[in-house]
Design a protein around this ligand. Structure first.
Ligand SMILES: *[C@@H]1O[C@H](CO)[C@@H](O)[C@H](O)[C@H]1NC(C)=O
Ligand SMILES: *[C@@H]1O[C@H](CO)[C@@H](O)[C@H](O)[C@H]1NC(C)=O
Length: 494
């Protein structure tokens, strides 16, 4: 998950505020990410996951020949990280009970393909439905994040198919592995982050014959798809996001200013999802160590997770645990039993078998750097019609007022009173019905607003300038207040 990039984002955004931003990102459609001299194969080739017997034997050998754990502290649950008193279960299950043959078949149940984009082989699931008379076909790009894989969507695919049976549309699902993840190639060059990946997936969708399509994203997938909505709004019919955040100047200003009176910008029943900010930042700091490592020294950590399946499992399961429920921290099992062992282990196989642990970490360092901030695209709004769904334990909450500073046509924000960050993985039925209903709502909106997106944009821009005016007034009033504080008390604290 990508979690605490927000913490860093805040810091870097503040540090970079003096730079000259450009509204047109300096990114290219044809940047070559592959090895020099590679022949690009632009055909769309069928792909199957095939685990080598030798690699499976090697994995099981490593799992069974691990050293004794240094015991976790008494009663420390997951507060010091993964708890060794309960962790052995998962390693033993992987070595003894996980049926590699059956799982390989399971993972190959959907048609998969590879094609080269900008020098990299991109792996994707591609489900082309029958299109009955009277129904329209809508292509959808669905993107996973860290520590996920295309496996996050396996159960949701069936639920989506069920949920569209009585609708007037069918959905053509295109579910790729991110570069450096699963069966997509990794780049040997610096700089392939979430903005650059947006171009890769635009090119993929175009390669598959789609000039107009829908998008769904969570975690890194949500940042990449938000970038696509920013760079290529004319191609995107609509957008469903299960980790809605707006990394705009206006949203951050609102966030700190509204801490004086949160209910001025959001409804009372969700105030405690963000405020007091002290709690939010405490939690982000507590859970974001992994982020800083990935964003700064990913390759050092990569060495251990590439050599040891135990290290890989511990590192990834820690993130699964903290992102599933905030309270998992105090659970001796880390709350991992919310998932079936096969679910979690299938997902790990996408990292272990193709040895993509180390390369998956690099998306953090390739995205959260000053070069990206200088481009300024995070601050650019998009008119793509958007629906956001917010699980109660999503790692970061923003109210609609802040989200609108990025997504000017935010049609709905669906607030859930349960569940966590991996919505499709944890509750595929809830995810699917929300997603399909979002598609329906957006299609209805587009039908009514066929030619008025531009007007909408102007309309929203007006509203946005009102918000800015408001923000400016509030800043001034806070300045006044601050100058009245003689004892240096911080007016932002409760
Ligand atoms: C962010 O966007 C707003 C509105 O478009 C603009 O006024 C502001 O200057 C931008 N900030 C930066 C740092 O570019
Ligand atoms: C593993 O799965 C395969 C394929 O479904 C099956 O034939 C085999 O009996 C299973 N092995 C065990 C030990 O259950």
């Amino acid at each position: 998950m990508m979690h605490s990039w927000l913490v860093l984002g805040l810091v870097v955004a503040a540090a970079a505020a003096g730079y000259d931003y450009r509204s047109q990102p300096d990114l290219y459609y044809d940047t070559w990410w592959g090895p020099e001299g590679k022949e690009e194969d632009t055909t769309i080739r069928p792909f199957r996951i095939e685990w080598d017997k030798k690699d499976i034997d090697d994995l099981v050998y490593r799992l069974k020949n691990r050293r004794e754990f240094v015991p976790s502290l008494d009663d420390s649950a997951y507060r010091y990280g993964v708890n060794t008193h309960t962790f052995g279960f998962w390693l033993d299950y992987w070595a003894n009970d996980y049926n590699f043959t059956a799982r390989e078949q399971y993972l190959n149940q959907y048609p998969q393909f590879k094609t080269d984009i900008q020098g990299l082989g991109i792996h994707f699931i591609w489900i082309k439905p029958e299109v009955p008379e009277g129904k329209i076909n809508i292509p959808v790009l669905m993107l996973h994040g860290f520590p996920g894989s295309v496996r996050e969507f396996y159960d949701a695919i069936k639920e989506i198919q069920k949920a569209t049976e009585n609708k007037n549309f069918v959905l053509e699902l295109i579910i790729p592995s991110l570069p450096g993840f699963g069966y997509s190639d990794y780049s040997n060059k610096e700089g392939l982050g979430a903005a650059e990946m947006a171009f890769i997936y635009k090119n993929l969708m175009n390669r598959l014959g789609h000039e107009k399509y829908f998008m769904q994203g969570g975690d890194w997938g949500s940042l990449i798809t938000a970038n696509m909505a920013t760079f290529f709004p004319d191609e995107i019919i609509g957008y469903h996001n299960n980790m809605g955040v707006a990394l705009t100047d206006a949203a951050f200003s609102m966030m700190s200013i509204a801490s004086l009176n949160p209910s001025s910008i959001m409804s009372c029943d969700v105030v405690n999802r963000l405020y007091p900010l002290k709690n939010t930042f405490e939690q982000l700091t507590r859970d974001s160590g992994y982020f800083h490592v990935h964003a700064t020294k990913p390759d050092t950590l990569g060495i251990s997770v590439s050599d040891s399946p135990t290290a890989l499992m511990a590192w990834l399961f820690q993130q699964v645990s903290i992102c599933t429920r905030k309270a998992n921290y105090d659970d001796p099992e880390g709350g991992l039993h919310r998932y079936r062992p096969e679910q979690l282990l299938d997902n790990l196989m996408f990292y272990w078998m193709p040895n993509k642990g180390p390369t998956s970490f690099r998306i953090y360092s390739n995205t959260f750097n000053l070069r990206n901030y200088h481009l300024g695209y995070l601050n650019v709004t998009t008119t793509v019609p958007t629906v956001v769904v917010q699980a109660s334990d999503e790692i970061f909450y923003m109210p609609p007022s802040m989200l609108k500073t990025k997504f000017s046509n935010l049609l709905a924000v669906d607030v859930l009173n349960d569940y966590g960050h991996f919505l499709a993985f944890e509750v595929p039925d809830v995810f699917a019905s929300n997603f399909v209903s979002a598609v329906q709502r957006i299609l209805a909106f587009n039908n009514q607003n066929m030619n008025v997106r531009q007007d909408k944009q102007d309309f929203r821009a007006n509203k946005l300038s009102n918000i800015r005016q408001l923000v400016r007034e509030r800043i001034n009033s806070i300045r006044d207040k601050m100058s009245n504080y003689e004892n240096n008390e911080n007016p932002f604290m409760y």
